[in-house]
Ligand binder design. Structure first.
Ligand SMILES: Nc1ncnc2c1ncn2[C@@H]1O[C@H](COP(=O)(O)OP(=O)(O)O)[C@@H](O)[C@H]1O
Ligand SMILES: [Mg+2]
Length: 330
């Protein structure tokens, strides 16, 4: 498990009758349990869970086994925190695109939304048995990031919102050649052309002239002159990974309404990511990684919030952490 929040030497747990104790600062450094199966990791970690709950911490709990949900409900009841538990299950939703754009607007569309989508694509690719990392992936990553950076702001400007199906349609109708952008037949059938035109002539959210000029010249010149194979791979990767959000559990959890946001933890709520990886498989892994990514980002930026939102200790608790661990977990 890892913890991220402000400094405090105050005790979380008494460790000995002589007055030794585990402080919040100790916890913020991150605590890990390593032992063989049946070695007592879950049992030992339950003592820390008790300290965190009794210390009124807010948090996010990843769930590998279905039984972890009942276990955490049991911990919460035992330590007087039943009211603080929120389940992110089939009935809950977190529309991360709406959430990001509502908070950051056009700045978010060109920055944080792009990074979040890169994270989503990464999580989806890393958990997919078919699409493992290949040599030269840094290059693919840069190409995909660039592609998204010139997609999201334009769609946001044209529509005032961004949806996964629109991202897929936009990149799938990019020009294949340098002639396409000036070809009337291509213009008539290209969704990208329509949206860039709307962003230019009748924007719902205005985009800076420089940013729009960059986007138009990227698609009509740089993209159009890229090798066929590169374009094909970038579009295929974006389409196939994001297509998972067009149906099923990922669509319900992340593309519909929002009932849960990471900020709930600032008021002391503990979100159980009740999408057990052992039963939801890849979808559970992707879903938990996405929420965890936004949770960490919220914690890292909370210093810009009023003081009353900055003081509460916050935690991420992951039993069987190998299932959902990620590069930014500290
Ligand atoms: N200190 C201990 N002494 C005796 N039994 C223990 C101790 N810690 C754990 N156990 C028991 O060992 C079993 C496995 O513990 P568990 O915490 O689930 O292991 P892990 O999470 O490492 O797989 C459980 O039945 C638990 O009750
Ligand atoms: Mg265990």
């Amino acid at each position: 498990m890892g913890l991220v929040t402000s400094k405090s030497e105050k005790p979380v747990l008494k460790l000995s009758p002589q007055g030794d104790y585990l402080s919040w600062d100790d916890c913020y450094a991150g605590i890990h349990w390593m032992a063989r199966t049946g070695g007592g990791k879950t049992t030992a970690a339950s003592v820390l869970a008790a300290g965190l709950l009794r210390g009124q911490a807010g948090g996010c709990v990843t769930v590998a086994k279905s039984s972890d949900i009942a276990l955490w409900k049991h911990y919460a009841k035992k330590h007087g925190r039943s009211e603080s538990i929120v389940l992110f299950d089939e009935n809950a939703g977190f529309n991360f695109l709406d959430y990001d754009l509502a908070r950051h607007g056009m700045d978010g569309a060109s920055g944080s939304v792009v990074e979040a989508l890169m994270k989503v694509i990464d999580a989806a690719r890393n958990t997919s048995s078919a699409a493992s990392h290949r040599p030269g992936d840094v290059f693919w990553e840069d190409s995909m990031r660039e592609c998204l950076r010139y997609t999201i702001p334009a769609l946001y400007a044209a529509n005032g919102s961004v949806s996964i199906p629109d991202i897929i349609r936009f990149v799938s109708t990019a020009p294949a050649t340098l002639r396409d952008p000036v070809d009337r037949a291509w213009q008539a059938r290209s969704f990208m052309y329509k949206k860039l035109n709307a962003a230019l002539c009748e924007p719902k959210v205005p985009m800076s002239e420089a940013a729009l000029t960059n986007a138009i010249s990227f698609w009509s010149e740089r993209w159009a002159s890229m090798p066929e194979k590169t374009k094909g791979n970038v579009v295929a990767t974006i389409s196939s990974t994001l297509d998972r959000f067009n149906h099923g559990k990922l669509n319900r959890a992340f593309c519909q309404r929002t009932t849960i946001v990471p900020e709930l933890s600032l008021g002391g709520m503990v979100t159980l990511l009740a999408m057990p990886t052992h039963t939801w498989n890849e979808v559970g892994v992707i879903a938990q990684k996405i929420f965890k990514f936004y949770f960490i980002r919220m914690v890292l930026t909370r210093n810009s919030l009023p003081q009353k939102y900055r003081d509460r200790p916050l935690f991420i608790f992951s039993d069987e952490a190998q299932e959902t661990v990620d590069s930014e977990d500290g």
